[in-house]
Design a binder for this molecule. Sequence first.
Ligand code: HEC
Ligand code: HEC
Ligand code: HEC
Length: 342
Amino acid sequence: MTRLTTGQSFNTISAVGFLAVVMIAGGCNPAPGIARGEMLFDTCSPCHGDDGAGDQELAAPAIAGASDWYMTYQIEKFQNGVRGYHYTDAEGLRMRPMSRALFADRGDIESVVEYVFSLPIPDPPATVEADAAAGEVEYEALCANCHGVDGRGVDSPVPELRAPSVLHLNDWYIASSLRKYRDGVRGAAPGDGAGAVMRGPMAGMSDERIDNVTAYIMSMQRLPRRVPGPPPEPLPELIVDASILPAGVTVEMAREGQEIFHGEGICVTCHLRGGEGGPLAPSLTDATWLNVDGEYESIVDIVMTGVAQPLEHPGQMLARAGTSITDDQVRAVAAYVYTLSR
Ligand code: HEC
Ligand code: HEC
Ligand code: HEC
């Protein structure tokens, strides 16, 4: 992989971007919408390319082909410093000031996203040479649950649970992003629930395995795209016998916990629906416990602290699953988990 990021080209590009922003701010200002987006895209194309298909020399990935919600979400993260926060993240630090040129109150983000979304979907060539067959095994065990067996991503009403499509991406960018998640250079800012979701499966993954899974993604059928899988079915009503609950725990808490487990607590991404368990995390529905004794307080404690070194599963469980759920929400989700095996 080459990554030419000379100071000179970066400065020139910043200047081009800056000039275009000044021109936009200074007049001829279309209303929010695709025409405004096309004009704003003049500030993006020096790096991302006229067709939005990316530029390896500048390490700017393809953005045409991404879902609109995903682009909006990432631009907001760059603006808030939740992405591009790490001093070694040269690429993220390059993108971050560009995001600041977009103003929400002028409809800039929705406009440029609408324009990029209208561009033809690119199909970048494979450049990373690795063992795609070994990568397929990894993908099916560790990635398909969230990104879909076909890689087109999965929709969800909960932002943290929406996994983006990986089908339009350049392989050098996939491989670089996966290393960043692994190393905490991306996805580890406080409160970045989606980043935490993605960091789970990456913990401890070797460069070789990363390249293999990247090669497999490039070998996937790359069309049709941009059509995320449907959101999951509504949750079944939770029936709980109140007499089994420990003191201080109520049926209402368990019901609230069910929502958190399948929503902002992001537990479902590893423990799967109803806590049935999967390749990334154990079942919570049986009487077998690995790290706790199964009593209510032990479940509260482990959700608070996470599991840094799982006994039988890859990756790790972060404290509060890496989300910002409150103490009360932890107690509610633990109440739900407590009921599952009883
Ligand atoms: C100075 C070069 C540069 C400019 C100009 C630029 N970007 Fe970026 N952008 C990057 C780089 C580099 C990355 C990759 C960051 C990383 O690797 O984490 C990126 C990443 C992104 C991403 C995230 C892609 C993903 O798959 O997660 C989006 C969305 C994006 N840029 C949109 C834009 C938009 C919209 C504009 C114009 C307003 C723009 N960029 C202008 C360099 C640039
Ligand atoms: C538990 C759910 C989950 C699993 C498992 C998962 N991902 Fe992700 N993935 C996500 C989410 C959510 C994001 C968005 C994170 C963010 O906003 O930074 C993401 C982001 C990504 C990105 C960045 C996309 C971009 O445009 O920048 C890549 C690449 C990726 N995942 C590949 C993988 C691969 C390969 C695996 C398996 C080794 C995997 N993911 C496993 C949920 C998951
Ligand atoms: C990134 C994946 C991931 C997420 C997200 C996650 N967990 Fe876990 N969880 C694990 C792993 C891995 C273990 C430890 C398994 C092992 O030791 O092999 C674990 C263990 C547990 C245990 C102890 C089980 C035992 O048998 O020792 C409980 C309880 C638990 N998780 C509940 C939750 C709850 C509640 C949430 C949401 C707030 C959550 N988990 C989110 C991966 C995850």
